[in-house]
Design a protein around this ligand. Structure first.
Ligand SMILES: NC(=O)c1ccc[n+]([C@@H]2O[C@H](COP(=O)([O-])OP(=O)(O)OC[C@H]3O[C@@H](n4cnc5c(N)ncnc54)[C@H](OP(=O)(O)O)[C@@H]3O)[C@@H](O)[C@H]2O)c1
Length: 330
């Protein structure tokens, strides 16, 4: 089969297409013909050599995928040959990625593809959706009557997170850096879109919450955004971060008696513990997608697998709205 491999860590030009044997079937696994994938920041951070969770070189990267099951391993009962599936299945230490014609996927990590989405749309969802679910459902337990703030509302995680928070019944506000992003989020049902370039955290807490603060704040950016999240949360509120690898002053967490959660979505893949939950979350998500409560936004430009380097450059340069998809032409 054809695969895209990363020859060495560093530049986005270090990818190359080579031939490799199709993986052999194993119990608990399915062989999937891959139709589409996506680009997540973790993919280019691994490529750059910044994270210690990448596979050994030469490496097949990227975890998100949608495709069709072509073979079913012993013990797999939830899927049959011909099923259309999606999931985040590899591209990290010990698990080969999906920039290939086929991937051998742990069936626990998969769900049936939502019927109302294309392969391209479905493939951009798994990593960002499971992350959002971990943050807002499993940890913050967002519910009706609450007011939630999602930072970077048109980012990959942010645009799914705010739709999920809406589906859970909360009043949802987002922050973003441009009028264009604000308009797109409002079209998708956000209650208030705050351009953080025009309004600082103290001012928007005053204007949008009468100075009370938010019940739940989801930090999808990290750095000073996590500090702003502590400022934006109400007394006894909850902050969830997915980018907390830094030093922060916890004074406000103490003074306001906040609950702080940190989510690392990839742990079940890396540790091989709790993987079934990923498949379950995607199956739950399907209901919201097929009920038109959650819809992925695809960036205006998509790339094919051979052009993965250009797709990385595109995400790294910023100005991306929603998710960049990768489509297989193999
Ligand atoms: N811990 C986990 O499990 C987990 C899971 C998924 C992602 N992550 C991490 O969470 C972060 C967001 O992921 P994502 O998929 O949403 O990324 P993304 O699609 O690139 O979106 C990031 C958004 O953050 C905003 N932003 C603010 N300052 C930025 C800066 N200096 N550089 C880049 N973006 C900036 C941008 O929105 P504005 O232009 O509106 O500011 C951008 O749209 C990444 O660091 C990723 O690695 C962690």
């Amino acid at each position: 089969m054809k695969v895209v491999v990363l020859k060495k860590f560093g530049s986005a030009e270090n990818f190359e297409v080579i031939e490799k044997p199709v993986p052999s079937l194993r119990p608990g696994h399915v062989l999937v013909k891959i139709y589409a994938s996506s680009v997540n920041p973790v993919d280019f951070k691994i490529r750059q050599g910044l994270l210690p969770i990448g596979p050994d070189l030469p490496a097949v990267l990227h975890g998100d995928m949608s495709g069709e099951i072509v073979e079913v391993g012993q013990g797999v009962t939830d899927f049959r040959k011909g099923d259309l599936v999606y999931g985040c299945v590899g591209g990290f230490s010990g698990l080969p990625g999906v920039l290939a014609e086929f991937v051998l996927a742990d069936a626990q990590l998969l769900a049936h593809k939502p019927k109302n989405l294309s392969f391209e749309e479905a493939a951009v969802l798994p990593l960002v959706s499971i992350t959002s679910w971990n943050a807002l459902v499993d940890r913050a337990k967002v519910k009706k009557g609450q007011r939630a703030l999602v930072h970077a509302g048109m980012g990959g995680v942010g645009h799914i997170a705010f739709q999920l928070a809406k589906a859970l019944g909360a009043e949802v506000h987002i922050t973003c850096s441009s009028e264009e992003k604000a308009i797109r989020t409002k079209e998708l049902g956000v209650d208030a879109a705050i351009n953080y370039k025009n309004l600082g955290v103290k001012d928007y807490v005053e204007s949008y919450t009468d100075g009370m603060g938010y019940d739940v704040v989801f930090d999808t950016v990290g750095g000073s955004c996590l500090d702003d999240s502590f400022s934006a949360a109400r007394v006894n509120g909850t902050v969830v971060s997915i980018a907390a690898r830094a030093s922060h002053d916890l004074s406000q967490v103490h003074i306001k008696s906040l609950t702080l959660h940190v989510v690392f979505m990839l742990l079940p893949l890396i540790m091989n513990e709790g993987r079934r939950r990923h498949g379950e979350i995607l199956s739950e998500l399907n209901k919201l997608i097929e009920n038109n409560q959650i819809r992925p936004i695809l960036h205006s430009k998509s790339f094919n697998f051979e052009d993965v380097g250009s797709a990385h450059n595109c995400l790294e340069q910023g100005n991306v709205l929603g998710k960049i998809s990768l489509v297989s032409n193999w």
